[in-house]
Design a protein around this ligand. Structure first.
Ligand SMILES: C[S@@+](CC[C@H](N)C(=O)[O-])C[C@H]1O[C@@H](n2cnc3c(N)ncnc32)[C@H](O)[C@@H]1O
Length: 287
């Protein structure tokens, strides 16, 4: 029996499945567990940006042009961020988390999905102002090599300065954010000394393992792009990376609530999505 021809949406789904398979089999990037709606939107955008007639045409380029994958990953990764984004969260980190971290002789922070580095530099400023930066290290990771390169450079459009300065003050900053950068023409460059205890490096939350022994894991606005099983994998990775008593900070539209690892955490500040790994395991009577 000849199958009924697919309608446009079914056809697009077939093309998408083949695109995702090509990306994984040809280049090792696995997007099969990303949330379908946002993945579809971004693939459609790639089709438009690269003037392809269809997703299949995009897939053909992915298979046959060795360098094209870099542009595809860039298009799928959405490396959008800002300094002190959601200032109330950075204020909570400043007021509720850093004083607790101060008791550790060495503080390791894993900032996953660092995009162009704005959050990592914001954390460096918080630590500097709390007098903790000399004994801290921030591991800022992303799977997008171009984003990591931009993060290392620490150069941003000057038009962002106004919003970021406001965010910084709302996050409890007591000086001027301008003390941390030099402005040149249309760009601002963060002072290099801010990067002295930051390592920007590649880590893929889909396929890589536990990263470091961290006292704080900050991963914001990344889980929203993942399907539930991938969110659960990622949250398990964070739980296993955190020392007992360590802190986890998620994005404002993300939650730990329904994840299997929720039982290993207490809620420190529900509104700011701040959680703390129990000092003891559930079997030992979590506390
Ligand atoms: C919207 S940005 C969030 C940036 C920053 N955390 C913030 O909230 O402002 C999402 C980042 O997650 C990264 N990302 C997406 N999938 C990833 C994966 N599988 N592993 C590591 N990083 C990933 C993207 O490259 C992008 O830089």
């Amino acid at each position: 029996m000849i199958p009924t021809p697919p309608n446009d949406l079914e056809l697009e789904q077939i093309e998408l499945d083949l695109f995702v398979q090509a990306l994984r089999r040809r280049h090792g990037h696995d997007f099969s567990q990303y949330a379908p709606a946002s993945l579809t939107r971004r693939v459609r955008q790639l089709v438009h940006d690269h003037r392809c007639v269809s997703i299949s045409a995009l897939t053909a380029r992915l298979l046959h042009e060795a360098d094209f994958v870099t542009q595809v990953v860039q298009g799928l990764s959405v490396p959008v961020s800002e300094m002190f984004r959601d200032p109330a969260v950075f204020r909570a980190l400043r007021e509720q988390v850093l004083p607790m971290l101060a008791s550790y002789p060495q503080i390791n922070i894993w900032q996953a999905g660092c995009a162009h580095g704005q959050e990592a530099y914001s954390l460096a400023i918080l630590l500097e102002e709390a007098g903790l930066y000399e004994r801290s290290h921030i591991f800022a990771t992303d799977f997008n090599p171009e984003a990591l390169q931009r993060a290392r450079e620490g150069i941003y459009p000057a038009r962002d300065a106004q919003l970021w300065s406001r965010n910084y003050l709302e996050a409890g900053g007591s000086q001027s954010l301008a003390n941390y950068y030099s402005a040149r023409y249309d760009y601002l460059k963060l002072h290099e000394r801010l990067a002295r205890n930051i390592t920007f490096t590649s880590h893929n939350l889909v396929s890589d393992e536990v990263f470091c022994e961290a006292h704080l894991v900050l991963c914001r606005n990344v889980l929203i792009y993942f399907s539930n099983p991938l969110q659960n994998r990622t949250l398990t990775l964070f739980r296993d990376s955190l020392v007992r008593g360590g802190y986890l900070c998620l994005g404002l539209r993300e939650t730990l609530e329904f994840a299997p690892v929720a039982a290993d955490f207490s809620v420190l500040d529900a509104g700011r999505r701040l959680y703390r790994r129990y000092a003891r395991g559930v079997a030992e009577g979590a506390a």
